[in-house]
Design a protein around this ligand. Structure first.
Ligand code: SF4
Length: 532
């Protein structure tokens, strides 16, 4: 029960003694240690509960089919007042003749209905993203649920089944049994086993994403996606050192120029994209979207650089205009570095979509990992000044646009992450800016910071955590996720010299190709000589 429902701040102030805690601390249960005062407070609570006996009768109105999915017994236990009906009666449409209590109940009910259904599966490993999220790599003819796990190829003639390919069904069945799937979910498993807070755990609390099939059968594994994320073409103006030719046309061109590279276990392959097939998958995707956009909650477009992918942008925006979905959160990941012509072509059109009610909101997610020359090296081709101009502009926009940053954490980005966090905080005073981050996952795992012993990063993580603002609930929620990353690194107590050597070989090769000098910026990564 929520104590504020029967002891208001006015009630408290009228009774509280001089040494009692503030109302806020009282509500949180932060009582003083003094036994006498504690007993006074506890007696006050008992009296208050007994004195609230409004005369009322229950009667039953229509049943809201979705109510039990949105208000769980646990929600009710935490939020219901002392004179409310039982949970079962509430779910069965109970109302009361007492107008004050009924108003409280209506407000509580409306808040939960607006937030949407709670993901109903609660085994030890169940992950909402496994059921709700599909990432499709159109030019790799593959898909994954979620975006962290290894993509699996799927057939063009079964395009509509992309969310329910055999591997995804098998993973969901394992999760129903409380087991971890392999092939990428180790990312969350390792964070949880290290005592951290994983994406899986964070995402379980997000409401309104449950596939409709689970509302009928809470153990269903073949379901409709609510979040679809598309990597379409690889057209991109940047060549981030943790990216590859599948996702960046600049890297693709660079690899063609320099050819296959293989040295000391480091491989940079020339990739031949399935261009004709990718076009067929792209066409099928637009076809699928046209039929299904109105059932989605989120649609993400990712790179290469989305604002440079004109077929994708035009195709998707046309569909949304013709098939509006006022609940849709439309998200574009961008490096905020595209030429003005592309930016100015699409941004006003997206704003119109939101102001006309064709989408709920536009999520602009800025891909940025750290700050300064280190970031311009890692995200090769990035003009940080231009990035900041667009970022500042976005932070001044009204409610049609939500702004986020998405960081990839690698051995080259950790040290200047605090500078990025401070920069984001600087622009957060007029608008909330979502802060998302994850470790690098990919074929070059020697870029992961875990190749160095935890002691190498300890001070950096102190600076990162102390730079993270905690003014808002969302900012506070980012802290345990960052602690999750820290917990994983803390598991690595010795340097992995084999991978450190690979990293240095890789950076040498990047420098050879780009005429850069990693040692000027990342000299501290070269620790192999200290121990030889
Ligand atoms: S990687 Fe994590 S968030 Fe993604 S599906 Fe697996 S458990 Fe869920």
């Amino acid at each position: 029960m929520n104590i504020t429902h029967y002891i208001t701040v006015e009630d408290y102030v009228a009774v509280a003694g001089p040494q009692w805690p503030s109302y806020e601390d009282f509500v949180k249960g932060n009582y003083v240690a003094n036994d006498n005062i504690r007993q006074e407070i506890e007696q006050f609570v008992v009296d208050a509960k007994q004195s609230v006996r409004p005369v009322h009768q229950l009667f039953f109105g229509p049943i809201d089919k979705n109510l039990a999915h949105c208000v769980t017994a646990e929600d009710y236990e935490q939020g219901a007042g002392p004179n409310w009906p039982s949970y079962q009666d509430f779910i069965n449409g109970a109302q009361t003749t007492n107008a004050e209590i009924q108003n409280e109940m209506n407000l509580f009910k409306q808040q939960h209905l607006t937030q949407g259904e709670k993901f109903p599966i609660n085994t030890a490993t169940a992950c909402q993203s496994k059921w709700t999220w599909s990432t499709i790599y159109l030019n790799q003819l593959s898909t994954a649920s979620c975006h962290r796990v290894n993509p699996i190829s799927f057939e063009l003639n079964e395009f509509d089944n992309f969310h329910n390919i055999p591997k995804k069904l098998a993973d969901r069945k394992l999760m129903l049994q409380g087991q971890w799937p392999t092939g990428g979910c180790e990312y969350c498993k390792q964070i949880e086993q290290a005592g951290g807070w994983s994406d899986r755990q964070h995402n379980l609390g997000i409401r309104g994403l449950t596939p409709p099939e689970l509302l009928i059968n809470p153990t269903e594994v073949s379901v409709s996606p609510r979040i679809v994320e598309i990597f379409a073409q690889n057209t991109c103006n940047l060549a981030c050192i943790y990216c590859n030719g599948n996702l960046s046309s600049r890297i693709e061109q660079e690899n063609l120029k320099f050819g296959n590279f293989y040295k000391a276990g480091v491989r940079i392959p020339v990739i031949h994209k399935p261009t004709a097939a990718a076009q067929e998958y792209f066409d099928q995707f637009l076809n699928w979207l046209d039929r299904n956009v109105q059932s989605l909650v989120r649609l993400h477009l990712l790179g290469g650089e989305t604002f440079l992918q004109h077929n994708l942008m035009t195709g998707v925006l046309d569909i949304i205009e013709q098939r509006p979905n006022s609940k849709l959160e439309f998200c574009i990941f961008s490096n905020l570095n595209v030429p003005d012509a592309a930016w100015n072509k699409y941004i006003p059109r997206i704003k119109d979509l939101q102001t006309s009610g064709n989408i709920r909101v536009f999520d602009l997610t800025a891909s940025i990992d750290c700050w300064g020359p280190e970031q311009e090296y890692v995200r090769s081709g990035l003009d940080l000044e231009k990035f900041e101009q667009r970022f500042a502009w976005a932070s001044e926009q009204g409610s049609w646009l939500r702004l986020n940053v998405n960081q990839t954490v690698t051995a080259m980005t950790v040290r200047t992450m605090p500078d990025l966090i401070k920069k984001v905080d600087q622009y957060s005073h007029t608008k909330h800016i979502g802060h998302y981050f994850q470790f690098y996952t990919g074929n070059h795992l020697f870029q992961h910071p875990k190749i160095y012993a935890w002691s190498f990063w300890e001070k950096d993580f102190e600076r990162i955590l102390s730079a993270m603002p905690q003014r808002t609930v969302e900012q506070q929620e980012a802290i345990p996720r960052m602690l999750g990353l820290r917990s994983l690194l803390q598991q690595h107590t010795v340097h992995n010299f084999q991978d450190i050597t690979k990293l240095l070989v890789y950076l040498d090769e990047i420098d050879r190709r780009r005429g850069t000098d990693w040692q000027k910026l990342f000299w501290y990564l070269d620790i192999k000589n200290e121990f030889s």
